[in-house]
Design a protein around this ligand. Sequence first.
Ligand code: NDP
Length: 346
Amino acid sequence: MVAVSPPAKVLVTGANGYLAVWVVKKYLEAGYAVRGTVRSLTKSAFLKDRFSHYGDRFELVVVEDITKDGAFDEAVKGVDAIAHTASPFHFKATDPDELIVPAVRGTTSILNSILKHGTAVKRLVLTSSIVAVLEQTTTPRVFNETSWNNSAVEAVKAKGSAVGPATIYFASKTLAEKAAWDFVATHKSEISWDLVAINPPYVFGPSLTPALTVDDINTSQRDVYDTLSGARTSAQLRNQGNWVHVAVAAEAHVRATHVAAAGGERIIVTSGPFFYQDLLDAAAELGIPNVPRGEPGSTKGTQILVNVEANKAKELLGLTSATPLKDLVEESVKDFKERGYPGFTA
Ligand code: NDP
């Protein structure tokens, strides 16, 4: 286990993504140099502007198809660590391959490129997900960093597309993370780097991407927009999940890079459970006008189904404070207003 400290260079894949832009920002603020991979320089031009004050500490390279063998051969050369975030996240897939192929092959492709050309790499931080950990449940269960979402993988194997887009996404993240751990076990004697998986739940918080239309908001923060703009039914408002602030999820990647003891660990980073109604309750408490009130009190007494025991984020990474949901709502509404989104005019 080797700590990779600034001014080391980190490769961040999918650098234009919602979470990745925060990851890049946190690495640069911590003193690292960053090479980001993107599919399109035109679409990602905003990154050059946003991080221009870091001069040659920030560079972008194009990796058009992450599923191709050798796609990352050039990109991994000369970097000390890698944060592999690129992977599709949406709930629209009609065919399992749509998500599973880029998630798994994108991961094995970068692993093989590191094996051949990543001679300076000492750590790979993989953006996995809590959906690779927990299984869908209708009764209360406790999950921890030893848990795996095998049921999503089995469901996709048994039923294919019929499982629906959410389970396809869950399987894609589980299979991609398993592929990474399997690769490490298989190539143990040949590699001089170690793996850390970061397993965040729903990541919420303002995007750093300018000129983002409502339709371009990433899947998780879109959930916040839809809830606060009144697009949720009563039943949906009673749904529950776990969440973490995007800044905290990003910081976890940076700490997972420089904390030597994180090597070989899966690390859940969460602020805890929430009901969608809680977002509306927070908006009411803040006195934010024009946000629907939903049905206050409707989740009172409802059991939390997914209980997460996760201590490594605190013990290994020193991430101690859970962000209050109220802060998230306040920041999100401010962001939606500044962007002039429907329902949130200033
Ligand atoms: P975004 O959709 O904002 O970003 C996804 C990134 O991956 C983009 O750079 C995108 O490139 C790239 N990507 C997607 N599909 C492909 C593909 N087929 N080939 C190459 N690149 C691709 O998503 P998030 O920022 O929300 O998610 C980033 C990572 O974090 C993902 O691995 C996701 O599973 C994980 N995660 C996200 C959570 C969340 O709540 N947001 C929670 C837990 C984990 P392009 O822009 O060119 O399409």
